[in-house]
Design a protein around this ligand. Structure first.
Ligand code: AMP
Length: 123
């Protein structure tokens, strides 16, 4: 599937809509989730046009991949969750209910996050 350059995170990257920035470097941007699920809920995204983790894995450069993982670590330290514990996740595709078709890693913490994954959707 072709990357949709009108997705909301592409608009944030182009500066067309604002974000509450937490961290930025040459390859990544991190900002607070607009609908936080925990006291800390930051989204870490690559600046490149990658739809999902699958796309990123297949097509990103080593520098982009390293930067994204380093940015997750930076965000964890900056927000204090590196000390208290945190969860990272990246919803990819339909079964994971990915809403925004630009790769994003959720970094959540500062509360008890419970079990690893939720219940299946009703059939
Ligand atoms: P996902 O279901 O993994 O695709 O998650 C998309 C996330 O993007 C959700 O947690 C939304 O709350 C978040 N989100 C959507 N629009 C914005 C926005 N403009 N700024 C920050 N976060 C957003």
């Amino acid at each position: 599937m072709a990357y949709d350059s009108n997705n909301i995170f592409a608009k944030i990257l182009r500066g067309e809509i604002p974000c509450d920035k937490v961290f930025e470097d040459d390859h990544t941007l991190a900002f607070n989730d607009i609908n936080p699920q925990a006291p800390v809920h930051v989204l870490v995204i690559p600046k490149g046009a990658y739809e999902s983790m699958d796309d990123f894995h297949a097509n990103a450069s080593d520098a982009e991949i390293a930067a994204l993982i380093r940015a997750v670590g930076e965000v964890a330290r900056m927000t204090g969750v590196a000390e208290t514990g945190y969860r990272i996740l990246s919803n990819t595709g339909v079964d994971a209910h990915q809403e925004v078709p630009h790769l994003h890693i959720h970094v959540v913490g500062k509360r008890d996050l419970g079990g690893m994954i939720g219940r299946p959707r009703p059939s």
